[in-house]
Design a protein around this ligand. Structure first.
Ligand code: AHG
Ligand code: MN
Ligand code: MN
Length: 391
C-alpha cells in the first residue's frame, strides 16, 4: 500500500485503492545543490532554473480490498463463536482446537527450518505400518502428543506414528473426546521442500467401551470436527465442525491463524484428476476406464504426492483426488481414521463428495486403528463421473 500521485510529473503510481487528498506542487531539487560538490553543481546546471517540476493530486491510501491484515477473526474467536451456538457447550472443545493450533505453529516452525536445524532425513525406525519414519514425523508427533495430552477433556489419542491409541483419561478421570491424527502427511517429500501437513479428526469418547482401539473405530459420520494444516508456501488451517468449512492462514507476525474464508465451497466441477497414474495398470478396471476417457476429454493431471496438498488444491479449485486399490496396496493406501474420514468430512461440508469403494467414506466403520481404504473425493460432478464408470 502506498500514496499515489496523479498529475503531470513522473509516474509513481502504485497498485492500491486511493482517495484524493488535495493538490500538490513540487519543484526540482537543484536549488539546494551544495556549491562545494562539483558533481551536484553540474547536475543542478543540467536541470536549468528553478521551476514547478510537477503538480497534481495526492491520493490518500485506502486499504486494498484484498488485504486481510486487519482481519482479527482468529481461529480461537471463530471456535468460541461456533460454541456459543450450543448453549450446553463447556469450552472443552475450544481447548482442544487451541492445542492443535499451538502444535501446528510449532510444527510449521520446525518444517520451515528443517534443513537449517538438521531435521531433514530418516529417523532410523520403521512405524507399525512398515513405513520409514522421518525425523520430522517424530517431532510433529511429539508436538501434538504434548499439546493435546495436557488438555483435560482428551480421553484417547491415536496417531499414525504410534502402534496403539493412548488412553489418557477414562471413566472417573473424565475425558470427553478422542483425537486422531496423521502428524505429518507427505513426509517422504520433505527432502524436496514440497508442502506437507497435519490431518486430524475429533470423535466423542464413549467411557463404557474399555478398549481404546474399539473406542476410536467409529464411522466418520460420528466426527465432531475434522481438519488439516498445510505447511506450504503459507501455513493454512482448514476446519469443519459440521457447519461448513472455514479456512485460516497463519499470520507469522502476530502468531495467530486468521480467518481467510468461511463457508468454503468446492467448485461443482473442474477437468482435473489427481492420482498416482504410474499405478494405473493395477487399478480396478473402472478407474482405468475413467482415465482412458479423461485422456481424450480435455482433462489435466495434478499430483503432488502429499494428500493434504492434493486435497487442498482440489478443495479450492475442484476436480477429483483418488487413491484406488493397487497391487501393492489392495485395500488402498490411505488410512481411514486420520486421513480418509476427516478429508471426507471436509469435502462433504464444502459441497463435494467422498467415496471408499461403493459406499460413502463417512459411513464406513473400521475395525482397526490403522486400517486403509480406497479414496475417491472431490467436486460433486467429477466424483459422480468416476463412479459412472463403476469406480
Ligand atoms: P504419510 O506421509 O502420512 O505416510 O502419507 C503419505 C500418503 C499421502 O500423503 C499421499 O497421498 C500418498 O501417501 C502418496 O502415495 P504414493 O507415493 O504411493 O503416490
Ligand atoms: Mn498421511
Ligand atoms: Mn504421516
Amino acid at each position: 500500500m502506498g500514496y499515489r500521485v496523479e498529475g503531470n510529473g513522473p509516474s509513481v503510481a502504485q497498485k492500491s485503492v486511493t482517495k484524493p487528498m488535495g493538490r500538490f506542487v513540487c519543484t526540482n531539487p537543484r536549488g539546494g545543490a551544495d556549491d562545494s560538490d562539483p558533481a551536484a553543481t553540474a547536475a543542478a546546471a543540467r536541470l536549468g532554473p528553478p521551476s514547478a517540476f510537477c503538480e497534481g493530486t495526492l491520493h490518500e491510501p485506502v486499504m486494498p480490498h484484498n488485504d486481510l491484515s486487519d482481519n482479527l477473526m482468529s481461529l480461537q474467536s471463530h471456535i468460541l463463536l461456533e460454541e456459543a451456538r450450543h448453549p450446553s457447550a463447556s469450552g472443552d472443545f475450544t481447548w482442544i482446537i487451541s492445542a492443535i493450533s499451538l502444535a501446528a505453529k510449532s510444527i510449521a516452525n520446525h518444517v520451515r527450518r528443517a534443513r537449517l536445524s538438521g531435521a531433514i532425513g530418516r529417523f532410523g525406525e520403521v512405524n507399525v505400518q512398515g513405513e520409514e519414519q522421518q525425523k520430522l514425523d517424530v517431532i510433529a508427533n511429539k508436538a501434538l502428543m504434548r499439546c493435546l495430552g495436557t488438555r483435560a477433556s482428551v480421553a484417547v489419542l491415536a496417531s499414525e506414528e504410534d502402534d496403539e491409541p493412548s488412553i489418557l483419561r477414562r471413566g472417573n478421570e473424565g475425558g470427553k473426546y478422542c483425537v486422531l491424527f496423521d502428524p505429518l502427511d507427505g513426509s517422504s517429500n520433505l527432502d524436496t521442500g514440497v508442502g506437507v501437513g497435519t490431518i486430524f479428526s475429533i470423535l466423542r469418547n464413549d467411557p463404557s467401551i474399555p478398549d481404546a482401539q474399539e473406542t476410536v473405530c467409529q464411522p466418520g459420520t460420528q466426527q465432531v470436527a475434522a481438519g488439516y494444516v498445510l505447511y506450504g508456501s503459507s501455513t493454512i488451517f482448514v476446519l469443519t465442525t459440521g457447519n461448513g468449512v472455514a479456512l485460516f492462514e497463519l499470520d507469522p507476525f502476530i502468531g495467530s491463524f486468521l480467518l481467510v474464508k468461511d463457508k468454503v465451497r468446492i467448485p461443482e466441477s473442474n477437468k482435473v484428476y489427481s492420482v498416482n497414474e504410474a499405478y494405473a495398470p493395477t487399478f480396478p478396471e473402472p478407474y482405468r476406464k475413467y482415465l482412458e476417457w479423461a485422456h481424450t476429454s480435455g482433462y489435466s493431471s495434478r499430483y503432488i504426492g502429499s494428500m493434504v496438498a492434493d486435497v487442498h488444491r482440489t478443495l479450492l479449485t475442484g476436480g477429483v483426488f483418488m487413491y484406488p486399490p493397487t497391487k501393492k496396496n489392495p485395500e488402498g493406501k490411505i488410512r481411514y481414521l486420520y486421513e480418509a474420514s476427516p478429508m471426507a468430512f471436509i469435502m462433504e461440508q464444502a459441497g463435494g463428495l467422498a467415496f471408499s469403494g461403493a459406499n460413502r467414506t463417512l459411513e464406513y466403520k473400521p475395525s482397526k486403528v490403522h486400517e486403509r481404504v480406497p479414496v475417491l473425493l472431490g467436486s460433486r460432478s467429477e466424483v459422480e463421473r468416476v463412479r459412472s464408470f463403476g469406480g
